[in-house]
Design a binder for this molecule. Structure first.
Ligand code: NAP
Ligand code: FE
Length: 377
């Protein structure tokens, strides 16, 4: 057996952890580029806590608070230009996956001048040091070497991957999620679930990543009643947060599967939130893998269901249906285009039991509420 596992991010968890552990930030440099979304960091206390920690350390900062959902290459380049202009020597990313990814990309661009048109084909080998404060429990970007940006040239979302953009520190404080609305809570939690499940179904799943994936899946399952009721308390928020970080620790080494490959198309063309897009696809993808396992052997789906405390995929799909509600209507022709476009994505070759184009289409069709009323594989 030949294996490796890398997780260079130091993780601290707990209420007020950024201030309590501010000495870690003190190590990173003199001036931070603080990267956030437009509103939430100002509203949930994370921005103010970070400023208090930096000021107490005697560090200065410049705020870039313009990251949109599904950030663009332009956005990452704007942030990088500010880091250079303001002589920032580290990057503090605060928010959901969108600000974290835009800030991580900016940290690389700031020290590796590159044309925008060459961004996705560049292998970045260095970056400004990064600290991350996730304020959604979903992407796990605080512990991954990925930054995922909208790629208009390829009409999808595309990741860059480099060990240089692993955050040095991740500060996990569930209190920032207290007032998050139900839709964002569910959609982001579905992303976390998807990462752990997909990690187990990649060709790179290993004895290092499987236990973390199963722990993340179990934690998600324990949060389902509160997610359904729309009443997650702080203990549930905390569990969702570390489940999300576990999912990130899994995919940081395994990557994702056909689910993310297809999900990116749903987000790009239909503006469906990233986590929801994955959630829509999970049930039928698991059915596809289960069918194949019957023929070729294997029990990954049984292991996933076991981690959730479920007997079968009907129970799994019932949970997904309850959390997702009414599914989007997408025409057959559009789904055919998504299957065609997804088949060459790198996440497809990373998938253990790999669907062909017809099978991708079948999963897509079964995952949405079709105009012609067909539902199911
Ligand atoms: P997001 O786009 O970062 O945020 C979604 C919404 O939630 C925004 O409106 C945001 O507001 C709001 N929000 C953030 N924190 C909040 C809080 N504590 N309370 C209330 N509202 C809050 O969504 P996301 O699902 O976290 O991230 C999705 C992105 O991450 C996608 O681009 C996806 O491709 C990427 N992703 C990256 C990785 C990776 O490893 N790098 C893995 C999976 C997904 P503001 O805009 O005002 O902040
Ligand atoms: Fe994701």
């Amino acid at each position: 057996m030949k294996l490796n596992y890398l997780m260079p991010t130091k993780i601290v968890l707990g209420e007020n952890c950024i201030f309590t552990n501010r000495a870690l930030l003190g190590d990173l440099g003199k001036k931070a580029l603080m990267v956030t979304g437009r509103n939430s960091a100002k509203q949930n206390g994370s921005g103010a806590d970070a400023v208090k920690a930096l000021e107490t350390n005697g560090q200065s900062y410049y705020l870039y608070d313009k990251v949109m959902s599904n950030p663009t290459v332009d956005c990452a380049f704007d942030a990088a230009a500010l880091a250079q202009r303001e002589h920032c020597d580290f990057v503090l990313v605060i928010g959901g996956g969108s600000p974290m990814d835009a800030g991580k990309a900016a940290a690389a661009i700031a020290v590796s001048p590159v044309e925008k048109s060459a961004f996705f084909s560049t292998t970045f080998t260095k970056a400004l040091p990064i600290a991350a404060v996730p304020t959604t429990a979903g992407t796990g970007s605080e512990v991954t070497p990925y930054a995922i940006l909208t790629n208009d040239g390829a009409q999808t979302k595309t990741s860059i991957a480099s060990p240089a953009i692993f955050p040095r520190y991740a500060f996990l404080d569930p209190a920032y999620m207290k007032d998050m609305g139900s839709a964002t809570t569910i959609n982001t939690a579905l992303d976390a679930l998807s990462h752990s499940i997909e990690g187990m179904l990649t060709i790179r799943a290993s004895v290092f990543t499987d236990p973390m994936a199963k722990a993340g899946i179990t934690a998600f399952a324990e949060c389902v009643p509160a997610l359904k009721a729309g009443t997650p308390d702080l203990a549930v928020r905390e569990k969702l947060l570390w489940a999300s970080t576990l999912g990130g620790m899994v995919i940081s080494n395994t990557g994702t599967t056909a689910v993310h490959a297809m999900g990116y198309r749903l987000t790009y063309f239909k503006n469906i939130d990233h986590g929801r897009a994955n959630g829509l696809l999970l049930g039928k993808f698991l059915r596809f893998v289960a069918e194949k396992e019957k023929a070729i052997g294997g029990n990954r789906i049984g292991e996933i269901l076991g981690a959730m405390g479920l007997e079968n995929l009907d129970e799994f799909e019932a949970i997904m249906d309850a959390l997702l509600g009414q599914r989007e209507k997408i025409s057959n022709e559009e789904l055919e285009n998504y299957a065609e476009a997804s088949i060459n994505a790198k996440n497809i070759t990373n998938t253990g039991i790999r669907p062909n184009k017809a099978e991708l289409l079948s999963i897509l069709k079964g995952s949405v509420d079709l105009r012609n009323g067909v539902f199911g594989l």
